[in-house]
Design a protein around this ligand. Sequence first.
Ligand code: CA
Length: 255
Amino acid sequence: MIAREIETKLSRLLLTIACFLELSYMAANILLVEDEPAIQELIAVNLQHAGHHVIRARDAEGALGIVRNALPDLLLIDWMLPGMSGVSLARQLRQEERTSRIPIIMLTARSEEHDKIAGLEAGADDYVTKPFSVRELLARIKAVLRRRSPQMTDDPVEVGGLRLEPETRRVFGSGRPLALGPTEFRLLHFLMTHAERVHSRTQLLDQVWGDHVFVEERTVDVHIRRLRKALEPSGHDRLVETVRGSGYRFTASPA
Ligand code: CA
C-alpha cells in the first residue's frame, strides 16, 4: 500500500518534471494504465524509445490520482484492470469537464465487435487489440493526437497572417520571422490551434504546462505578456485578447 502511494507520488513528480523540460516535438506525456507488469514494461519501453514520456499506473484509482494533479497528453488504458475497469475509467474521464477532452486509446485482448462499440461509446478515441505491433500503436497514437490535440502535431498553422511551423520551431508574422521563447511557442501553438475560444488560466496551465496544481496562475499572465511582446513587430500581438474575468482568446479578427 505504502509502495503504491510512493509510486503514485513519484509518477506525478515525473509527469510534472517532464512538462517543464524542453522535449522534442510530438513527444507526448502518455499515461499508461496497465496491470500486467510484463506488458506494461514492454509498451512503456517502446513508447519511450519513440520519444514519448510514459507515466505508469496499475489501476484506475492510481490513474485518477495522477490525472488529478497533471493532465497527460494521452491515456492508454487496458480494458481489464483490477477494481474499476478500463471502460469505467474512460467513461469517468469523459464525464468530468477538466478531463473530458483527453485523448484515450483502449488496449484490449477482446476483439468482439460489441466490445469495441462499448469502448468507443465510453468515450475512447481508438481501440487497439492485443497482440498489436508497436508500429501500429505508435501510428494510432499519432493519429489520435492529430485529431484531438492539433497543438501536439507538427502540422503548420496559419491564422490571421501569423504562421507557426512546429517542425522548424519558427513563427512568421506577415512573412517576417519572429523570435519566441519555448514556452511562448507552446502557448501560441495551443492558442492558434484553438482559436476563437476563451481559455481560462487554469485551462491554459493544464493544456500548455500540463499542470494546474504546482504552477501559479500568474505564470500564464507573465508568458502572455512575453508572447505579445514577441508578436509586436508584425502587429500580431492584437490577436491575443484578454477576456475580462475569463481568461484569454486568440482571434483572427481582433476587436
Ligand atoms: Ca489487464
